[in-house]
Design a protein around this ligand. Structure first.
Ligand SMILES: Nc1ncnc2c1ncn2[C@@H]1O[C@H](COP(=O)(O)OP(=O)(O)O)[C@@H](O)[C@H]1O
Ligand SMILES: [Mg+2]
Length: 529
């Protein structure tokens, strides 16, 4: 029983608190604690309504018995159950003399806390028409019953709590959006800095074209995709292409390289942390899962994720929610997962370094990026692309590749795949002088030494009269791949002419997809009108 002066002092104190504290996470526990002391009550809880799941969750509480309080936080019950459910439905508060005799009392609560609830006050929280939750005060069995005066005070306070909650909801949404934006901008800036060229996947070879059809299927659905392939083969390029052509293209693309990040930091990177969760955690950090909400989270080198983290990742995928380090409440996330690995995950499962259940979650569809040595016909166009880029970067005029250099590039085994080829060309362009054509003397010794002895092709004049479309060719000899490329270019150019440069009709006539045709047109610098 509190006296009127105490009551008005308390209301005054709490009103000040509402006016000053912007962080709901500080405000509500403070209010709950002061209220519990003032009534007094053995416990005061705030239950929040989760509209999506139609559940009430114990979000905050103040308990005389702290352990019991901790056990309660996070407990959920159907929104139509319990005394809380009842007051929410009837939109009016209730004073209950003895919960043990009330059929609506939700027994899980007592089971969790190990205490008998006696008298109860329950007040619904509404912001206008919108139900937000319920505030409850309880006393144990045997303690005196709450009074009508206690209830009147709680009601008065509930109004301020509801307003604070609503503001926090708006504020929280704005803050989450800002956090996400900041993370996105950060990633974009890094992408720009690295001068990545993700818009181009060079692919002429059959295995790559086969891969395209899988990628199209992956882009059209929302299932998780595991991209397998050797290092440098183009796994990240594939992941980004799937994202860009998927329905989540407008959302963010967040990537985490599990091989590059220390084990200890992985959890906070993925799930975020609360301010003060550990030394150095100066502010809340949302984590990549939340930053990727509405978009794609790309887990690169996922085979390098430690087992403890794999368990946490699996839980996040299954529950579709994440809990930041130092936080008690989980956050819903809506994220599509793409993962990549250069390891054989099946072997890793066999030796128990990768969880099988996680594997099945990540690999609803598997896409294999073939190593470069299994698609040598892609090498000339790749070389040509990288040459153009490098020449531009170095502001050099490079007169293409000599046939000897192209031969060397085409027969090499490329253990580092496309990335190694790209490095090789960049290096060659760096050492070449303005106006040079790239010849074997510009290539690295490793490449030249690897040359396989083959019957020499007889020197001959050019087999065609057209000027080479791309600056791959130089001198009078041309490799098979280059000649095939030239043939292909001619065929496409003719077909385009025949169909008045209409891409769709030309693609149909050639029996290839529009996308493939556009890719090839770009590669051969052919234009539609
Ligand atoms: N088919 C391709 N066409 C154009 N560039 C490619 C292709 N495949 C890979 N690359 C380039 O090679 C480099 C390595 O590719 P990346 O996707 O990072 O490989 P991975 O993730 O498999 O190690 C990147 O610079 C990428 O842009
Ligand atoms: Mg990679």
């Amino acid at each position: 029983m509190i006296h009127d002066e105490d009551r008005s002092a308390l209301i005054h104190e709490l009103a000040n608190a509402f006016a000053q504290r912007t962080e709901i996470d500080e405000l509500i526990p403070f209010v709950a604690q002061r209220l519990r002391e003032a009534l007094p009550a053995s416990g005061v809880s705030l239950l929040l309504l989760d509209e999506q799941r139609n559940e009430l969750e114990f979000a905050y509480n103040s308990e005389g018995n702290t352990q019991a309080g901790h056990r309660l936080v996070g407990l959920r019950m159907p929104a139509d159950r319990g005394v809380a459910g009842a007051v929410l439905r009837q939109r009016a508060p209730e004073l209950i003399i003895n919960a043990q005799e009330d059929r609506r009392h939700y027994p899980d609560v007592d089971r969790k806390t190990g205490m008998d609830t006696g008298s109860m006050l329950a007040v619904p929280l509404f912001a206008g028409e919108r139900a937000l939750g319920v505030i409850e005060a309880v006393r144990r069995s045997g303690e005196p019953c709450f009074t009508a005066g206690d209830m009147a005070m709680l009601e008065q306070l509930a109004h301020s709590v509801a307003i604070a909650l609503e503001n926090a909801g708006r504020f929280g949404a704005i803050k989450a959006a800002a956090d996400q934006l900041r993370a996105e901008v950060d990633v974009l800036r890094r992408q720009l800095a690295r001068q990545d060229h993700f818009s181009e996947i060079v692919a002429n070879s059959a295995p790559m074209l086969e891969m395209f059809s899988l990628m199209e299927a992956a882009a059209a659905s929302s299932i998780s995709v595991l991209i397998e392939g050797e290092t440098g083969a183009g796994k990240e390029l594939v992941a980004r292409a799937i994202y860009r052509t998927s329905s989540r293209a407008k959302g963010p693309f967040m990537a985490l390289n599990c091989a590059a990040i220390p084990d200890g930091l992985m959890e906070t990177e993925l799930f975020g942390h609360r301010r003060g969760a550990f030394t150095g955690a100066l502010e809340d950090k949302p984590g990549l899962f939340r930053a990727a909400s509405g978009g794609v989270l790309f887990l690169d080198e996922v085979g390098d994720m430690p087992l403890a983290m794999q368990a946490k990742l699996l839980r996040a995928i299954e529950e579709r929610e994440v809990t930041a380090v130092g936080d008690t409440r989980p956050h819903k996330v809506d994220v599509r997962l793409l993962a990549a690995t250069n390891r054989d995950l099946r072997a890793a499962i066999a030796e128990r370094s990768f969880r099988q259940d996680l594997y099945y979650r990540l690999a609803a569809l598997t896409i294999k990026v073939p190593p470069l040595r299994q698609r040598r016909e892609d090498i000339p166009s790749l070389a040509s692309l990288f040459l153009r880029r490098a020449a531009q970067q170095h502001r050099k005029r490079i007169d293409g590749l000599t046939p000897e250099a192209l031969d060397l590039l085409t027969q090499f085994d490329w253990p580092g795949n496309v990335r190694q080829l790209q490095n090789e060309i960049e290096r060659a362009v760096a050492v070449a002088r303005d106006g040079d054509a790239i010849s074997p003397r510009h290539l690295s010794p490793e490449l030249v030494a690897s040359q396989v002895k083959r019957p020499t092709t007889a020197p001959q004049a050019r087999a065609y009269d057209a000027t080479p479309p791309v600056s791959v060719l130089s001198g009078s000899q041309v490799s098979l791949a280059a000649r095939l490329a030239e043939c292909e270019r001619k065929i496409i150019a003719e077909a385009l002419n025949q169909h008045n440069h209409n891409v769709s009709r030309t693609a149909l006539a050639l029996g290839i997809s529009r996308i493939t045709l556009q890719k090839k047109m770009k590669e051969y610098s052919l234009r539609s009108l």
